[in-house]
Design a protein around this ligand. Sequence first.
Ligand SMILES: CCCCCCCCCCCCCC(=O)SCCNC(=O)CCNC(=O)[C@H](O)C(C)(C)COP(=O)(O)OP(=O)(O)OC[C@H]1O[C@@H](n2cnc3c(N)ncnc32)[C@H](O)[C@@H]1OP(=O)(O)O
Length: 184
Amino acid sequence: MTDDGYAELTSALRGFLDAVATAGPHDQVQALTDDLRRWTAILAESRQEEGKRVFGERFDLPDRGQTLTPVFAPQVVTTSKVEGTAWFGDYFHGSNGAAHGGTLPLLFDEVFGHIAVERGSRARTAYLHTDFRSVTPIGVDLQVRAWVERAEGRKLFLAADLRDGEVVCAEAEALFVLLRDGAP
Ligand SMILES: CCCCCCCCCCCCCC(=O)SCCNC(=O)CCNC(=O)[C@H](O)C(C)(C)COP(=O)(O)OP(=O)(O)OC[C@H]1O[C@@H](n2cnc3c(N)ncnc32)[C@H](O)[C@@H]1OP(=O)(O)O
C-alpha cells in the first residue's frame, strides 16, 4: 500500500459520514458547512479525468480508496470465488438498526466485481437479484462469499451470500457480461 495518506483519508471520510449519519442538531453546523464548502473548492481545482483519480481507482488501498460501498475486506480472491468480511457503518443505516436495503446489491456488485477483475476481464453487471433473508445489522463484522456458478461464452453467472455468523442476511445472483473488444 502506498503511504501517501489516502488510506487514512478514506478511513477519516467513512468516520465523518458515520458521524453525520448519527448526529443530532448541532450549534456548529454552519461552521461545518463553511469548512466543507472551502474544501470542496480546493479539491475542485485538482479535478481529474477518470483514470487519474484516487476515489475507486486505487486498487492498492482498502476499498479502492472509495466510500460509496460498505467496507469490504477480501481475504480470498480467485478467478472462481471471493471471500471476505463486510461491515456496514452508520452511514448505511436504513431503519431499526438494519442496513438500507439498497446498500446490499451495492455491496454484492462490488464483491462480484472482484471476480471479474481477477479474471482479467472488463465486464459489466447485466442484472443483479438480491434476496433479503434477514436484517443486515449495522456495525458488525459480516462474512461475504461470492462464486462463479457457470460461464457461458461472454456470460458469467455469479452467486453470493452475506452472513452474520450462522444467520443468512442476504443472497444474490448476478449476470456479468464480458465486454466486446472496443466496447466503451
Ligand atoms: C485488486 C482488487 C480489485 C478489485 C476491483 C473491484 C472492482 C469492482 C467494480 C465494481 C463492479 C461494478 C460493475 C458494474 O456495476 S457495471 C455498471 C452497471 N451495469 C451497466 O451499466 C451495464 C449496462 N448494460 C450494458 O452495458 C450491456 O447491456 C451489456 C454490456 C451488459 C451487454 O451488452 P453487450 O452488447 O456486450 O452484449 P449483448 O447485449 O449481446 O448480450 C450478451 C449476452 O448476455 C445476455 N444478456 C445481456 N443482458 C442481459 C440481462 N439483463 N438479462 C439476461 N441476459 C442478458 C444477452 O441475451 C446475450 O446472451 P446470448 O444471446 O449471447 O446468449
